[in-house]
Write a protein that binds this ligand. Structure first.
Ligand SMILES: Cc1cc2nc3c(=O)[nH]c(=O)nc-3n(C[C@H](O)[C@H](O)[C@H](O)COP(=O)(O)OP(=O)(O)OC[C@H]3O[C@@H](n4cnc5c(N)ncnc54)[C@H](O)[C@@H]3O)c2cc1C
Ligand SMILES: NC(=O)c1ccc[n+]([C@@H]2O[C@H](COP(=O)([O-])OP(=O)(O)OC[C@H]3O[C@@H](n4cnc5c(N)ncnc54)[C@H](O)[C@@H]3O)[C@@H](O)[C@H]2O)c1
Length: 501
């Protein structure tokens, strides 16, 4: 075994989207950076999460969209070409090779150490190379950034681990489509993978103990549930899994009510656990296996809730549990990197709400698109969450299918939109769109929520006709125009013509 020692400005443990972005930005800011990666540079998102799962879903969405229009007769009753879909998915996972990302690191001037990183003391990281042959000791002059992400949570259900369940990794990288798939969990992974595998030909059963998509607006979850059922999914809300066993290739999933579901594979989608086991957090007074808590510029907090002594440890991305989404991890990475560079230069930080060096949007304006059928695109608070948070909030609803652009987009367009308004300040707290192809609507809502754009000014943001975006105008009309004469400003023009607005 050989041991080497290097000093560098910033050590980033984990080369997923969050880690890569911190390293890139500190290097652009004039510091040196090393990324330590135990598996593939690019992380979960590139090879086993966002990209391959969306590739599995995309062909089915396109087929469904085409089938909603006349004039495409060869598509009536058409099914997906499964090998072609899997092959396209393989391309989006870069064939599970990180060659491209490694050469990007190189071009960005970022060093790479392959192996598992472990914190061994303040600013000290030890990396054992993958073959355990070499040890690299890294000393960080300015910061160590933990960006180690999460893994699928495997709950202690009797027989589960022995039954070799699929996690999101096996589903995203599947080389075949099981005839019968049981999905445990009705969250985002469960709902998306049930959609993908049903379209690919599996008979899918979803065991959604806590309901389907329990954190989105209930109307959106209901639209997705209706559509899954219509596609032949056996959706069991409230089903509790109590045992799992695999016998001669068949998986038997035991339920709390004594019934059993038989499947060829069982996919576990019940949440995530942080990749902090064996990370050496105990060497700096924290606990291995825990989520890392951070303050607003992403510095890790100690057990007493104050910034860890010396302020050298940061945590970005999934591992800090603020928002388990690639785009939020990258956003945190930009704030953390700018904070590291500014602190290194001794400069003042902008740490007030929405300042350069903080990740305020994590609490106020997190967008997410769930790529089910229909899609659910949401940002900020739901009506229920706004109420729980103590806002004087008002929810306003509109059927997206009544918008001219939606009726053109697909025959029989079915969708629903809601905006949640803070009545105290006259600004949006959140918005949810559920319907075919609504994903691209959410960024306008994100701008409105993050920018705290007054409702009165939103009236001047005129959506183009005839687009689905006109739902914005209809939502504003349903809300009512401040100071309008009675009767004006209520939702009019529900027809499919140019509308009253
Ligand atoms: C099935 C699925 C689909 C998803 N789809 C979406 C989506 O459509 N959109 C979206 O925004 N989000 C999606 N997500 C969430 C998204 O994948 C995560 O938010 C994102 O990957 C988090 O990035 P990260 O950099 O924090 O961590 P990761 O991507 O998990 O990367 C962490 C990296 O750290 C490495 N690592 C861990 N421990 C060590 C160690 N000790 N030493 C060295 N390296 C280490 C790992 O090997 C990994 O490469 C999805 C998640 C799942 C499970
Ligand atoms: N399109 C996207 O943006 C996208 C796609 C996939 C995943 N993700 C992210 O990945 C993260 C993980 O997704 P996920 O679906 O694994 O987690 P999740 O937290 O979204 O959902 C897990 C679900 O499993 C349920 N559950 C927990 N324990 C259970 C048990 N023992 N039995 C049955 N059900 C149980 C929970 O109530 C919850 O509804 C999410 O936070 C999400 O943000 C995002």
């Amino acid at each position: 075994m050989t041991a080497t020692h290097e000093s560098v400005d910033v050590v980033v443990i984990g080369g997923g989207p969050a880690g890569e972005n911190v390293a890139d930005r500190v290097v652009r800011g004039g510091l040196s950076a090393v990324v330590v990666e135990a598996e593939l540079v690019g992380g979960e998102c590139s090879y086993w999460a966002c990209m391959p799962t969306k590739a599995l879903l995309r062909s089915g969405s396109a087929l469904r969209a085409a089938q909603a229009l006349p004039g495409l007769p060869t598509l009536t009753g058409a099914t997906l070409d499964v090998p072609a879909v899997l092959a396209r998915r393989d391309r989006f996972a870069s064939g599970w090779s990180d060659e491209g990302q490694v050469s990007w690191l190189d071009s960005a001037g970022i060093s790479l150490v392959r192996g598992r990183g472990r914190i061994v003391g303040p600013r000290q990281v030890e990396v054992r190379t993958v073959d355990d042959e070499d040890v690299v000791r890294l000393t960080a002059r300015h910061a160590v950034v933990v960006a180690t992400g999460t893994s699928a949570l495997v709950p202690p259900i009797p027989g589960l681990a022995e039954a070799r369940p699929w996690t999101s990794r096996e589903a995203a990288a599947a080389d075949h489509v099981p005839a019968r798939l049981a999905v445990v969990g009705g969250g985002v992974v469960g709902a998306e993978m049930a959609t993908a595998f049903t379209r690919l030909g599996s008979q899918v059963t979803v065991l959604a103990r806590d309901g389907l998509l329990p954190t989105v607006e209930p109307f959106a979850a209901e639209l997705v549930a209706d559509s899954l059922r219509a596609a032949g999914v056996d959706l069991r809300l409230g089903a509790e899994v109590t045992s799992v066993r695999r016998e001669q290739g068949v998986v038997r999933v035991g339920l709390g009510d004594g019934r059993e579901v038989e499947a060829d594979e069982v996919l576990l989608a019940v949440g995530r656990t942080p990749n902090t086991s064996g990370l050496g957090l105990a060497s700096v007074g924290l606990r291995d296996g825990d989520w890392l808590r951070v303050e607003e510029s992403l510095r890790a907090l100690g057990a007493d809730g104050s910034v860890l002594e010396g302020g050298w440890l940061y945590a970005v991305g999934d591992v800090n549990a603020r928002a388990l989404l690639t785009h939020q991890g990258k956003y945190q990475a930009r704030a953390a990197a700018d904070a590291i560079v500014t602190r290194a230069a001794g400069g003042p930080l902008e740490e007030g709400e929405w300042g350069w060096h903080v990740a305020t949007a994590d609490h106020r304006a997190v967008p997410q698109v769930v790529f089910t059928d229909p899609e659910v695109a949401a940002v900020g608070l739901t009506a229920a969450a706004a109420e729980r948070a103590g806002y004087r909030a008002r929810a306003v609803d509109y059927e997206i299918g009544d918008v001219a652009g939606a009726s053109l987009h697909a025959d029989g367009y079915r969708g629903h939109a809601r905006m949640v308004v803070d009545e105290g300040r006259g600004v949006l707290l959140g918005a949810t769109f559920a319907g075919p192809d609504v994903a691209e609507l959410v960024h306008a809502a994100t701008v409105a929520v993050a920018g705290e754009v007054p409702i009165a000014r939103l009236w001047h943001a005129v959506p183009a006709y005839p687009t689905i975006s006109e739902v914005w105008l209809r939502l504003l009309e349903a809300y009512g125009r401040p100071h309008a004469a009675p009767g004006i400003g209520s939702a009019g023009g529900r027809g499919r013509g140019t509308g009253a607005g």
